[in-house]
Design a protein around this ligand. Structure first.
Ligand code: NAD
Length: 248
């Protein structure tokens, strides 16, 4: 298995894309820290992984809180002895409004989770990985790390910023045996899209040349590749898994 003897941490692993990543990491032999703000979903993810023969532990953390993220990395090392792989996945869509009408609180909430949360993750993960002598980080951005999401300017701003943060880490840690890449999924059929009505959902599907939404498992395969030694010369990059969305 390609992640045998590895210890991996996934935030927002109780649902959707994060859940698929945690399950695939475990299937490939990693010991996985499943983290989420939602305890019930996080614990059921651990049950699912264990009943499939994998190893996982739930640690509750709100990624927008730096103390909780620092404690999460500490708990990872206390539980499994090190940190090899971290996937900063937790994120929200947030308020939808034209930029001029976007509320200050709504803006701040998206920045707190989607940008500050990823920075806190990277900060404490990098410190630990330096102690380990290496590691790999994958940040979950979005196609909206490169193209607009009308009515979601906070989301677009944070996802562009995550791509920038990822490039910086790639540049800074290249000689420290730490790689960092970002992934840009198109629209993926997860609970995040539950708020969409039928018409909006159809309009989104039409924007993907493949004529469908993506699956969480399809994102997880790219994340697995970027997390494994198979991508040993890849860092500071941004990779799309978008059914062609950004090609047209
Ligand atoms: P989801 O809502 O299914 O899952 C997100 C998980 O993150 C939930 O379990 C939630 O409890 C958790 N979470 C939310 N806020 C948190 C916080 N502050 N601290 C810890 N955990 C928190 O969403 P998803 O579709 O799986 O999205 C996962 C990531 O993928 C997000 O960063 C999202 O922006 C990104 N993404 C999603 C899509 C899509 O179409 N679904 C497309 C591109 C990128």
């Amino acid at each position: 298995k390609i992640l045998d003897n590895k210890v991996a941490l996934v935030t927002g692993a109780g649902s959707g894309i994060g859940l698929a990543i945690a399950k695939l990491y475990a299937k490939e032999g990693a010991k996985v820290i499943v983290s989420d703000i939602n305890e019930e979903h996080g614990k059921s993810a651990v049950e699912e992984i264990k009943s499939a023969g994998g190893e996982a532990t739930f640690v509750k953390a709100d990624t927008s809180n730096p103390e909780q993220v620092e404690a999460l990395v500490k708990a990872t090392v206390e539980t499994y002895g090190k940190l090899d792989i971290a996937c900063n996945n937790a994120g929200i869509g947030g308020e939808t409004n034209p930029t001029g009408d976007y509320s200050l609180d709504g803006w701040k909430k998206v920045i707190d989770i989607n940008l500050d949360g990823v920075f806190y993750g990277c900060k404490y993960e990098l410190t630990q990985m330096e102690k380990n002598g290496g590691g790999v980080i994958v940040n979950i951005a979005s196609i909206h790390g490169t193209v607009a999401a009308p009515l979601s300017s906070a989301y677009t701003s944070t996802k562009h910023a995550v791509v920038g943060l990822t490039k910086n880490i790639g540049a800074e840690y290249g000689q420290k045996n730490i790689r960092c890449n970002a992934v840009g999924p198109g629209y993926i059929d997860t609970p995040l899209l539950n708020q969409l009505d039928d018409e909006h959902r159809k309009a989104l599907i039409a924007k993907h040349p493949m004529g469908r939404l993506g699956k969480s498992e399809e994102v997880a395969e790219l994340v697995l590749f970027l997390s494994s030694d198979k991508s040993s010369f890849i860092t500071g990059g941004y990779y799309l898994v978008d059914g062609g969305y950004t090609a047209v």
